[in-house]
Write a protein that binds this ligand. Sequence first.
Ligand SMILES: [Ca+2]
Ligand SMILES: [Ca+2]
Ligand SMILES: [Ca+2]
Ligand SMILES: [Ca+2]
Length: 322
Amino acid sequence: MIIISPDTELPALLDITLSGVAGINSSLHLYGQNNDLITSSDNNPAGIGEEIMGIGITKPGSYYVMVTAKGYASSDQPYKIMYDLRKHNVSEEMEPNNNFNSANQFVQNHMKGRISSDGDRDFFLYRSGSGRKDFYRIEVRPPEAVDAKISLYDKNRNLIISLDNSGAGGNEVFPNFCSTEDFFIVISAKHNQFSSNYYTLSVDQLDKPNTMETEPNDTKGKASPVNGGSITGYTSYKKDIDYFLLEYDRRVKIEFVIEGVKDGEIKVSITDPLGYILKSVTVKHNIQKNLTEFVDKKGYIIVESIRENYDNPYRIDLKSGN
Ligand SMILES: [Ca+2]
Ligand SMILES: [Ca+2]
Ligand SMILES: [Ca+2]
Ligand SMILES: [Ca+2]
């Protein structure tokens, strides 16, 4: 039993460690005030201990730890349980946070957490609510052993997109996520991948959103409008396609001045009003290429990602002639 006294500064985080016993496959459980199970840990094979990390304690009182062994195995070798109650830092996850209702709220622009067991999912709520289009770079940097995945949900809990572009230890990035309202970020990992090391999750607002594409814009129907004489976009994920809508009141000759993606490669096409490609150019790296085409009142610019780079944008300036 762990007693949390009323003088303890709360919320706090509780870590519990169970030592291993040779030949025993143990599991560790934490129960709360009314004998309700808060969480369990059964990650490791026989002979290796278990850990329960970063459980949020918000109320004083009695908490119970239970240790069980699988099958009928027994041993006269003793085990040890250690626990530590530490101050909660607002930028650390608080378990359990395994569903929308228990999502941890972002206070600063970064969070750290752990995929602490097989199937652990960490829900975070980012409060935006400005009502206008804001753009964010969202990035998770996992520890070496973990192949992380980011899933983004709108405030009504509908999935917007899942990103799983890199392998174990690799960052997952959405360079220009657009939202006008609160959104959820869920961090998870591939089956059987967990670690007692932290990942970090950051959400940084981009400064210059006025010419930025609005994802998702991967089809004609979701094309981003072209505001003014230039557009900016990213190869936002693997095999990303970006559509931009061109609209004029007459047939116009346009020179498209394209600056490619540094350390990336894109294919830029101009289409007729129905979306059939008239002209294409491939742009490697951030070199500049020009394309001139007539747009008969309506057309599309299509930017296809050939080699993604999540750090650098492309830019296209439109110069209309006669
Ligand atoms: Ca976690
Ligand atoms: Ca979790
Ligand atoms: Ca894009
Ligand atoms: Ca796109």
